[in-house]
Write a protein that binds this ligand. Structure first.
Ligand SMILES: Cc1ncc(COP(=O)(O)O)c(C=O)c1O
Length: 284
C-alpha cells in the first residue's frame, strides 16, 4: 500500500523545488516552512495550537513533560500499540498502567478505564490505531470525572474524523507522527502536537527547544526536539496527494480515513451514525 519512491516520482518537481528553496535561504532549523506548516496543521485539524517537533515519540514525551508527569506517577494506556507509547511514559519516569482493548476496534476499552485510575494517575493516553480514532468522547468523560488530562496518540490517525472532528484535536493534547509510512509522511521523521490550551502550548513550545522561553533563557528542562524544514516543506504536498490527486494518494487516503465495517453494525457507525453503505468509512 505504501511506496515512498512511487509517491516521490509523482511529486518530484514540487518536492525538489521546495527543498531547493530551503537550501537557498539556509534556515535549516525551524524557519518559515515550519511556521507555515504549523499554520496549515492547525487549520486542518481545527486545533488552536499546532506545534511541530522531531518525531511522534518526541511529541508524546514533550506532552508528558508539559503535564509534569514524573517518577511515582502512573499513566493509563493501551498495551496494543507501537512501543513508543509506553516507552515515553517510562522515559518520563512514570509507570504505564495497561487497560485492555476492545475486541472489535483494538483500541483501549473506555468501559475498563475507571477501574485502572488511582490517586497516582496523571494522564490517560489512548492510541487511535490503524486510522481509527479511539472512543474519545467516552474516554474524555471518564477523564473529566477523575480530573486527569488525555493525550491521544494519533500517530496512525492523522486526517481521520471522529464525530465530525479531526483526530489529534479530540482531547487535552493530541500527538501525531510524520514517519514516512504514516498518513502524512515526510522525508525522515517528524511529529506534531495539538492542543487548545494556550498555557500547555507555550510550555510545549519551550520544551521542544531545550526549555527556552527567550534566546538563551532556559526556564525549564526540555529536549532538542525541533523539526527541520527540509522535511517539513514537502510534507504538505504529500497530504494533498493523499487527498486524492494521485492514484497512490487516493488509495492511501481511503485506507487512512476508513472506519471499519466492524464499527458499523446494525445500529450504525459509532463515529458518524450512518449504516453501511452510507457510511463511507465502513467500506474498508
Ligand atoms: C501508534 C504509534 N505511536 C507512536 C509512534 C512513534 O512515532 P515516530 O516514529 O515518529 O517517533 C508510532 C510510529 O510508528 C506509532 O505507530
Amino acid at each position: 500500500m505504501h511506496d515512498v519512491q512511487r509517491q516521490y516520482a509523482e511529486m518530484r518537481e514540487v518536492v525538489n523545488a521546495r527543498i531547493q528553496r530551503v537550501l537557498d535561504h539556509g534556515q535549516f532549523i525551524m524557519g518559515p516552512e515550519v511556521a507555515e506548516l504549523e499554520g496549515r496543521l492547525a487549520e486542518f485539524t481545527g486545533a488552536p495550537h499546532a506545534i511541530t517537533c522531531a518525531s511522534g515519540t518526541e511529541a508524546m514525551l514533550i506532552a508528558l513533560m508539559a503535564l509534569d508527569v514524573k517518577p511515582g506517577d502512573e499513566v493509563v494506556t493501551t498495551p496494543f500499540s507501537f512501543i513508543a507509547t509506553a516507552e515515553v511514559i517510562v522515559l518520563a519516569g512514570a509507570t504505564p498502567v495497561f487497560v485492555d482493548v476492545e475486541p472489535d476496534t483494538c483500541n483501549i476499552d473506555p468501559r475498563k478505564l475507571a477501574a485502572a485510575l488511582t490517586a497516582r494517575t496523571r494522564a490517560i493516553m489512548p492510541v487511535s490505531l490503524y486510522g481509527q480514532p479511539a472512543d474519545m468522547d467516552e474516554i474524555n468523560a471518564v477523564a473529566e470525572r477523575h480530573g486527569v488530562p488525555v493525550i491521544e496518540d494519533a500517530a496512525q490517525s492523522f486526517g481521520a474524523l471522529y464525530r465530525g472532528r479531526r483526530s489529534g484535536n479530540l482531547s487535552t493534547i493530541g500527538c501525531t507522527s510524520f514517519f514516512p509510512t504514516k498518513p502524512l509522511g515526510c522525508y525522515g521523521d517528524g511529529g506534531a502536537i495539538f492542543t487548545g490550551d494556550a498555557a500547555l502550548a507555550q510550555a510545549m513550545r519551550e520544551i521542544r527547544v531545550h526549555g527556552q522561553s527567550k534566546r538563551y533563557v532556559h526556564t525549564r528542562v526540555g529536549v532538542g526536539g525541533v523539526w527541520t524544514p527540509s522535511s517539513a516543506r514537502w510534507c504538505w504536498p504529500s497530504w494533498s496527494a493523499s487527498s486524492g490527486r494521485s492514484p497512490t494518494g487516493r488509495r492511501r487516503r481511503r485506507a487512512t480515513l476508513g472506519c471499519w465495517s466492524r464499527s458499523a453494525g446494525e445500529s450504525g457507525c459509532r463515529w458518524c451514525g450512518a449504516t453501511a453503505p452510507a457510511c463511507g468509512r465502513s467500506t474498508r
